[in-house]
Design a protein around this ligand. Structure first.
Ligand code: FMN
Length: 201
């Protein structure tokens, strides 16, 4: 499937076929595709996806997610978290392989950009998470799979359930599997003239 088709066909799936199973390898390959190719600011790859495999944990998550059936019925469930301090803990690692000059330039730029700017640090992880999620959902669609991005859950309760470490945030969940219903027609989309401004608001 080409990328335009994948964009057009991706829908937020509400009902997954609980009998449809992705193998561990299929899940790993899908996630690896995203890890290796999705963009992130300064290549910091702030994302820390938690792949939820334990059915008992899925059931607990469903309880704190408005009882949404995607949580237990989709074959793959990712709680997408991110490390807020990746600018501080990983700047050398993410420029491994670059020349010493590039490495030194980038690590100093990273430090200048994030240091003492908590709002920027948090904004960046959310931007990266959004891009990770959309890349994953389009990759899934390209493989004939369906998905749902989800933030309908209690974030504090989620942090406890997945034992979220310090300096990390929960960003959103992504469910991936096979839909067992047809999507509703798309509704209420803004068109170009509703939302696009040229040069200024
Ligand atoms: C950040 C985010 C959170 C969302 N949370 C949920 C959710 O908790 N449950 C759900 O069924 N859909 C959720 N959605 C899906 C949206 O409702 C859906 O994308 C929107 O209505 C447009 O429909 P479409 O994706 O099928 O085009 C979420 C979407 C985004 C981007």
């Amino acid at each position: 499937m080409n990328v335009i088709e994948a964009i057009k066909q991706r829908r937020a799936t509400k009902q997954f076929d609980s009998k449809f199973i992705l193998s561990s390898d299929q899940k790993k390959q899908l996630i690896e595709l995203v890890l290796e190719n999705a963009p992130s600011a300064f290549n910091l790859q702030h994302w820390r996806p938690v792949l939820v495999e334990d059915p008992a944990l899925r059931a607990q998550i469903r309880e704190i997610a408005w009882d949404q059936p995607q949580v237990t019925d989709a074959s793959m469930l990712i709680v997408l978290c991110a490390e807020v301090t990746s600018w501080q803990t990983k700047p050398q690692r993410v420029w491994e392989g670059a020349t010493e000059q590039v490495k030194s330039l980038m690590t100093s730029a990273i430090d200048q950009y994030y240091r003492d700017r908590p709002q920027v640090q948090r904004d960046e992880i959310m931007r990266s998470a959004g891009i990770f999620a959309q890349t994953l959902m389009l990759a899934a669609k390209g493989q004939g799979l369906d998905s749902c991005p989800m933030d309908g859950f209690d974030f504090d309760a989620m942090a406890k359930l997945i034992k979220l470490p310090e300096n990390h945030e929960v960003c959103l969940m992504i469910a991936v599997g096979k839909a067992n219903t047809e999507p509703y027609p798309r509704t209420g989309k803004f068109d170009f003239s509703d939302v696009v401004k040229v040069d200024h608001f």
